[in-house]
Ligand binder design. Structure first.
Ligand code: HPA
Length: 253
């Protein structure tokens, strides 16, 4: 199969290690790129009749922490396989009151608090230094297609505001989240960057589908100790909306 016309590539985050509804035609083994090894093999197949690629960001067994993910290799391989649009699925903590656990949201802005991650293709491998326009970090056309698909499929998809990307892998202190809130962040995750910027460098239409797994530190209106079990349950519940959303997105062409 040629993936030259892949309609969409999906990068799955925490809790999304395969793409429900993808009719898998082949698996492309993880292979060395000029930027090193990607996180996992890419599965290629059909979703609602369209060619779709899937890659698990943290590896098939979730062995890579957010700062260990080779974002450059992941996007390079997907681009090489024909992806011109990429949807990054990212689990997040909700900061804004209308982003409680189990919500799906699409942000339109981001703030990068990460450090030390390889965040550009420019200036290496003989490539020119890149100063991409990043005023609107996500593809507005892909975002609007997602909202239209959500309306058609009757899925509650929130206009998510600003994604704050922290270094992790630990969660944040309440004071750190308070600072993010003051900065205008409405949600917090660890994997949105440099993925979005690298996609822009490659000319890929990129959007983020945020899955709210928990209240960010200090934001729970009924504070109680958060268990891993509870977080996983929230991701599973919210994740149930991903397949119908993707189906509606891809059916629309
Ligand atoms: N903080 C950062 N990343 C996250 C969180 C969080 O609370 N929940 C899921 N990913």
């Amino acid at each position: 199969m040629s993936d030259a016309d892949a309609a969409l590539a999906v990068i799955g985050g925490t809790g999304v290690y395969q793409l429900d509804g993808l009719d898998i035609e082949r698996s492309v083994p993880a292979r060395d790129t000029p930027w090193g090894m990607p996180s996992a093999a890419v599965t290629a197949g059909r979703y609602a009749g369209r060619r779709v690629l899937f890659l698990a960001r943290h590896g098939a067994q979730h062995t890579l922490a957010p700062h260990q993910v080779n974002y450059r290799a992941n996007l390079w391989l997907l681009h090489e396989l024909g992806a011109r649009a990429v949807l990054g699925i990212n689990s997040v903590g909700g900061i804004r009151a209308d982003l409680p656990p189990r919500t799906l949201a699409v942000p339109d802005q981001l703030i990068d608090y990460t450090w030390g991650r390889a965040g550009t293709y420019g200036g290496e491998q003989g490539r020119p230094v890149a100063h991409i326009d990043f005023a609107s970090p996500y593809s507005e056309s892909l975002r609007q297609r997602l909202f239209a698909a959500a309306r058609r499929a009757s899925i509650d998809l929130r206009e998510g505001g600003s994604y704050g990307c922290t270094q992790g892998p630990r969660l944040e202190s309440a004071a750190e989240i308070e600072r993010l809130r003051r900065d205008g962040c409405t949600m917090v995750g660890m994997t949105g960057m440099p993925e979005a910027a690298l996609a822009r460098e490659l000319g890929i239409d990129y959007a983020c589908l945020a899955v709210v797994a928990n209240w960010a530190a200090g934001c729970d209106p009924n504070p109680h100790p958060v268990t891993l079990q509870e977080v996983q349950m929230h991701v599973r519940t919210a994740g149930a909306g991903i397949a119908p959303l993707l189906r509606a997105l891809l059916e629309a062409g």
